[in-house]
Design a protein around this ligand. Structure first.
Ligand SMILES: Cc1ncc(COP(=O)(O)O)c(C=O)c1O
Length: 414
């Protein structure tokens, strides 16, 4: 068994005095990078704008823009035709306001306390309310000095059975909010539960239920709130779902803006979407092992033949699901290489066979390889028994986020 030496030690002498470590910077200088490709994001935004067919695009940037970094994503989206944003927490909204973003921000998570209501109002967020308690809290956040009304939106539960005012109670709440002094109802929406399924009927039924719930609203003009229904899946099927059921003026996609397909049976390529995040790591160790050698915790995987093991500095603390044991693959040295043994907290092992892999070689976990080949995050997620959303938001804070326009160059990677 042989072990290669870390190249890093050879470089120490050539590096100047180290800059002090910023204790607030949780991203460490390990050779793992989540590249955020702004040109891909712009492309996907333009796709959304085209599909929206004149409706406003509300870019969903909750959970740190699905793990991509909310500030840069929000700024790029707004410069690419997205008109409004949606977050879940006040902290997420405040981060965007502190970054100088002035576009309307919908607070999907709503307000559950007086403090939250005041903070939401201070940051000029638009909280979603779905009952009288929300109405009271929003009214309580009114500042008698403030010149502007507090904007709120109402979510109507038409089938998701998760949040929102039930469709039968919606008209009453809408009326009360519209009559409440100092509040302005700027939107009413519902969320689709089954937009990714072949059968359009459940989604059409949800659209119709919302249409019924908003019958009392003014038909047009300044008093008419924005009406929106579709997420990414629905955006690709806008006419199928909404035509003849409801008139909307906005759409609310998240996933497709990040370049992922919302459908199990249609790829991102087929939908003309480009991956925004590419997750890369350099090999930090290699070793040749003989047949019968057990690898990793518990020795669960045993090499069937003599082979080379390459170790990547990515583990479950970085968002690599342990469920990938014996299932997932990662692109390295021109091929998809199987993950072998249990995933550790900080590393995982690949079986690279007889390939001449060295410390410092670059592996692509998902996204675009340096040669431009696609390694879909959707497949990586499927191997782990989960969905792309969970993989993206799970990429840990120790992974450096770096923005790029197109594929990062070799120079940028160093
Ligand atoms: C209320 C609401 N609208 C829109 C979205 C965006 O959905 P997607 O990422 O599937 O486009 C979400 C995300 O889950 C959501 O919760």
């Amino acid at each position: 068994m042989s072990q290669s030496k870390s190249q890093a030690s050879n470089d120490v002498a050539s590096v100047g005095p180290a800059s002090p470590v910023d204790p607030n910077d949780r991203a460490e200088q390990r050779p793992v990078w989540a590249w955020i490709d702004r040109s891909a994001l712009r492309h996907n935004c333009r796709r959304a704008v085209t599909l929206a067919d004149g409706r406003d695009v509300i870019g969903v940037v909750k959970a740190d823009a699905y793990g991509h970094g909310a500030e840069v994503v929000a700024q790029t989206m707004l410069a690419s035709g997205v008109k409004r944003l949606a977050v879940v927490s006040i902290g997420e909204g405040a981060t965007l306001r502190n970054a100088g973003i002035t576009a309307p921000i919908l607070l999907l998570g709503g307000i559950q306390s007086r403090v939250a209501a005041i903070q939401s109002s201070q940051h000029n967020l638009t909280p979603v309310i779905d009952d009288e308690q929300g109405l009271l809290l929003a009214s309580g956040s009114l500042d008698s000095e403030a010149k502007r009304a507090v904007e709120v939106e109402i979510e109507v539960d038409t089938g998701m059975r998760r949040m929102g005012v039930l469709e039968d109670d919606a008209a009453g709440l809408i009326e009360k909010v519209m009559a409440a002094p100092g509040l302005r109802l700027s939107g009413v929406y519902t969320h689709l539960a089954r937009a990714d399924e072949a059968d359009p009927e459940p989604s059409r039924a949800q659209c119709l239920a919302l249409a019924k719930a908003i019958r009392g609203l003014p038909e047009s003009g300044a008093g008419r709130p924005s009406i929106h229904v579709v997420n990414s899946g629905g955006l690709f099927r806008l006419n199928e779902f909404e035509s003849g059921q409801i008139e909307t003026d906005a759409v609310r996609p998240g996933l497709m803006l990040y370049g992922l397909s919302p459908f199990a049976d249609r790829s991102a390529v087929e939908l003309d979407l480009q991956p925004v995040m590419t997750l890369e790591a350099q090999v930090v160790a290699t070793r040749r092992v003989s047949a019968g050698t057990a690898v990793g915790y518990g020795g669960e995987w045993v090499a069937p033949v003599d082979t080379t093991i390459a170790t990547l500095p990515l583990g479950y603390a970085d968002g690599m699901p342990r469920a990938l044991k014996g299932r997932g693959k990662i692109f390295l040295a021109g091929e998809m290489r199987p993950i072998v043994g249990r995933i550790s907290m900080d590393s995982l092992c690949l079986d690279v066979g007889d390939a001449a892999v060295e410390v410092g070689d670059l592996a692509t976990v998902f996204g675009l390889t340096p040669g431009g080949e696609r390694v879909p995050v959707e497949k990586f997620a499927e191997d782990a028994g989960t969905i792309g959303y969970e993989i993206l938001v799970g990429i840990g804070q120790r992974v450096q986020r770096r923005t790029t326009d197109g594929s990062p160059t070799e120079r940028a990677r160093k």
